[in-house]
Ligand binder design. Structure first.
Ligand code: GLN
Length: 295
């Protein structure tokens, strides 16, 4: 019978990926795997592990092979219809919580809109961390919304004070024009498609939906959706509300400039753990300088 350690040696995966597959397939924690390298693999276990390993060797992300990914301390179900939540994006959630907490107390409940929710990771993480906040989440993809709704059902308390997340099928703000009462949000967050058309990284991301990476209309800069959101978000925010955008490693200056040009104030970027400016925040002014440009 094959011992666990021998399979690890022969499977052709990096150690961390192999451990994650073994943990998921056999229910053995990493600590147990390290304590018992001699653990014998039954024929059925071995067959199952080999199928999973061959998918990872072919380039499929471990998260899709397992059907799940941890984000902000929660385990989200993921599949090919949604982007795999990245650790970098936890920064966006932290920034949103920080801004919500800093708002003056109000009579009405606080509200957040997540644009392009995908797996629902951002919306659900915020709803989970702040039970009283009302959360809205939109995506243009029905398939993505189904994943997000399932994650919300599994991960959120049905009795949470802010209620269930309002999921809306919408191309950015298009379907929100008539949504009352929460059409003026305290905070709008988005991890939109921002990868430039032809970016060499796209080859490594080929299992993930192009819709979430380069968007419906791929552009040479990857900035089109960020620009569209910056142009429209002010009309959906309360005065003094915040827009928080995730963007690419080299896009902070461009995103800051387009926000400033659209009349946003207090524009600033926040670094991720790798020291890369990854999220740019901007406040919608108390006195609107000009009507936001839609389009
Ligand atoms: N952060 C992702 C990547 O570069 C891209 C996500 C996005 O376009 N929103 O892998």
């Amino acid at each position: 019978m094959t011992a666990l350690a021998d399979w690890m040696q022969q499977c052709g995966l990096d150690r961390r990926d192999a451990q994650v597959l073994v943990a998921a397939a056999l229910g053995l924690s990493r600590a147990q795997q390290m304590a018992h390298p001699e653990h014998p693999l039954e024929t059925t276990d071995l067959a199952r592990l080999n199928v999973l390993a061959s998918r990872v060797r072919a380039g499929e992300p471990v998260a899709y092979v397992l059907g799940e990914k941890e984000f902000f301390g929660l385990t989200f179900q993921v599949g090919p219809d949604v982007l795999i939540p990245r650790p970098d994006t936890e920064l966006l959630v932290e920034c949103a919580l920080h801004r919500l907490d800093a708002l003056p107390t109000a009579d009405s409940p606080r509200s957040v809109l997540d644009l392009g929710t995908g797996s629902g990771a951002i919306a659900v993480a915020i709803a989970h961390a702040r039970a009283a906040v009302q959360v809205w989440a939109v995506d243009v993809s029905d398939a993505a919304l189904a994943v997000a709704q399932a994650n919300a059902r599994r991960l959120l308390d049905p009795q949470r004070a802010g209620g269930a997340i309002h999921f809306v099928q919408s191309d950015w703000f298009a379907a929100l024009q008539n949504c009352e009462p929460a059409s003026r949000f305290d905070c709008i967050v988005a991890n939109p498609p921002y990868v430039a058309q032809g970016d060499p990284h796209l080859a490594a991301l080929r299992y993930e939906p192009a819709l979430a990476l380069t968007g419906q209309h791929p552009s040479p800069t990857g900035l089109d959706d960020l620009r569209r959101i910056a142009a429209q978000a002010g009309a959906f925010l309360r005065a003094g509300g915040w827009l928080l955008l995730e963007h690419g490693w080299d896009q902070a200056a461009a995103v800051g400039a387009l926000l400033t040009a659209q009349g946003w104030e207090a524009v600033s970027s926040v670094n991720d753990l790798a020291g890369i400016a990854r999220v740019t925040a901007a406040r919608w002014p108390q006195k609107v300088p000009h009507a936001p440009k839609i389009g």
